[in-house]
Design a protein around this ligand. Structure first.
Ligand code: AMP
Ligand code: ZN
Length: 479
């Protein structure tokens, strides 16, 4: 499988540290507000990676943190704590809003078929791990104390700016206007590991540490939580592109200084979902949520499909019109799959199935090309093979794409059978009975018991029910 690696800026053959096993770390949400659908684009694409690795036979262990402390309103250590701001906005405690929005996040994930990671760890559960790691960084000379805070000394590294295109200039981007630079820092790129002194003194959650009562910086949490659960060598680290710098750059600095060797081999960054007016941002307070999509009558699967239609390394523009198009496409797709359900069961054409699978895996093996994987899905529908083979291939693909294809199609088939039966004046019970007879006749034909098949047709005809055979299966009409 080829995967684009942000470290080498090219697609690389994915080779895990331990054959057959993959360790995967995902930066989790900062739980001071609902996740917006931009955040969820990142989690959907990471979910595809997770599911596809499993589909390809790897035993995946995936870990995600929950940021419930330490993430400031700027990524460059300035501003207020986001959690505290959220708590103040809602007149609740930090822990109350953390619990509420963590729950809301996993509800959204469920609605979008995003698999829960194997380990989910809130930052506030790991304070002693952070303290121990920071102590080692101090002992090794990679950190220093200044003005009551502990800082990471980036000048001690051979290379700090590991991701392409990020330089010292970018540090200014994360800093809000009007916030002066931190005079305690020895180098511009240095960052806080532990705060005891902040301009915002009313931090709600504080812990005892060797350096005084305080709280951790944001970056240390991901380094520690990853190493705690996935060990010293990580296969894949994921996140949205905004996390590459400074967050992931700082994670690498901390881990490699702590370990004394290379830490993570592959970095996957998902590009942003933007609106026509720019980046969707949680801190701006105005954003689109999964609940809003549901309230407006969209199936969350239409949004998942919308995301899968484009590549994760391209920005994606959200508009209601684009989502409407995805919703129509989803509905048509389900309609076509539903039409297969009336066809009789036949033996699966293994050769065709293998070819379908190959087209699908070729697409995803090429840096998770989900839009080509969807083309593979449509090619199944178009192919000249029996419905049973098509159903099997679609089911297989949907175990990765997770668009609820088969469930939605059988619901649609049942609903259209019901409306067809009501149109012909047949009760749903009778329609069900006729469908059972149609299936029995198809089975009889398959077993070459033509006498039985004809008997069923004649028996129904005698009751005024005519069977109509076509390439896509059998339907009925009432005289
Ligand atoms: P946060 O809760 O702000 O820490 O962000 C959660 C995840 O969403 C991170 O991986 C971010 O990089 C990612 N993210 C933030 N904004 C966007 C966006 N507009 N589009 C896609 N992903 C985003
Ligand atoms: Zn992180």
């Amino acid at each position: 499988m080829l995967l684009y690696n942000s470290l080498s800026h090219q697609k690389e053959e994915f080779v895990p540290v331990e054959p057959g096993k993959v360790s995967m770390y995902t930066c989790g949400p900062t739980v001071y507000h609902y996740a917006h659908i931009g955040n969820l684009r990142t989690y959907i694409m990471e979910d595809i990676l997770d599911r596809y690795l499993r589909y390809s036979g790897y035993a995946v262990k995936r870990v995600m943190n929950i940021t419930d402390v330490g993430h400031l309103t700027s990524d460059a250590d300035t501003g207020e704590d986001k959690m505290l701001k959220g708590a103040r906005r809602e007149h609740k405690t930090v822990m109350e809003i953390a619990a509420f929005y963590t729950n809301a996040f996993f509800n959204d994930c469920r609605a979008l078929n995003i698999r829960k990671p194997d380990v989910i760890e809130p930052a506030t559960h790991c304070i002693s791990d952070f303290i121990a790691t920071i102590q080692v960084l101090l002992d090794k000379g990679f950190a220093y104390e200044a003005g009551g805070n502990i800082y990471f000394d980036t000048s001690k590294l051979e290379q700090y700016y590991v991701f392409h295109g990020f330089t010292e200039e970018d540090l200014a981007v994360g800093v809000r206007e009007g916030v002066e630079a931190d005079g305690n820092k020895r180098n511009k790129a240095d960052f806080v590991l532990w705060f005891t002194k902040s301009k915002f003194e009313d931090q709600e959650l504080k812990w005892e540490s060797p350096w005084g009562l305080g709280y951790p910086g944001w970056h240390i949490e991901c380094s520690c939580i990853s190493m705690k659960h996935l060990g010293e060598r990580l296969d894949i680290h994921c996140g949205g592109i905004d996390n590459a710098f400074p967050h992931h750059t700082n994670e690498i600095a901390q881990c490699e200084a702590y370990l004394g060797h290379k830490w993570c081999n592959y970095w996957m960054h998902v590009l942003h979902l933007n609106t026509a007016s720019g980046k969707m941002s949680k801190s701006k307070g105005e954003f689109l949520t999964v609940d809003l999509l549901k309230q407006k009558g969209y199936d969350p699967m239409a949004y998942r499909l919308f995301c899968l239609q484009s590549h994760y390394r391209k920005n994606l523009v959200f508009s209601w019109e684009n989502l409407d198009n995805a919703a129509v496409t989803y509905d048509k797709l389900i309609g076509r799959i539903a039409a297969l359900s009336s066809a009789p069961d036949e033996s699966v054409d293994e050769e065709a199935l293998t070819a379908f699978r190959k087209e699908f895996t070729d697409a995803l093996d090429n840096d998770l090309n989900t839009s080509l994987a969807l083309t593979a899905l449509y090619d199944v529908l178009k192919a000249d093979t029996n419905a049973s083979t098509k159903r099997k291939a679609l089911e297989d693909m949907d175990s990765v794409l997770c668009l609820n294809l088969m469930e939605a199609a059988s619901r649609k088939a049942a609903a259209s059978a019901e409306s067809a039966s009501s149109g012909t004046g047949v009760s749903p019970e009778l329609a069900e009975e006729i469908r059972a007879k149609i299936q029995e006749r198809a089975d009889a034909k398959k077993a070459k018991d033509y006498a039985r098949a004809d008997a069923i047709r004649n028996e129904l005809a005698a009751r005024g029910i005519l069977l109509i055979d076509s390439k896509d299966g059998t339907t009925f009409q009432v005289k």
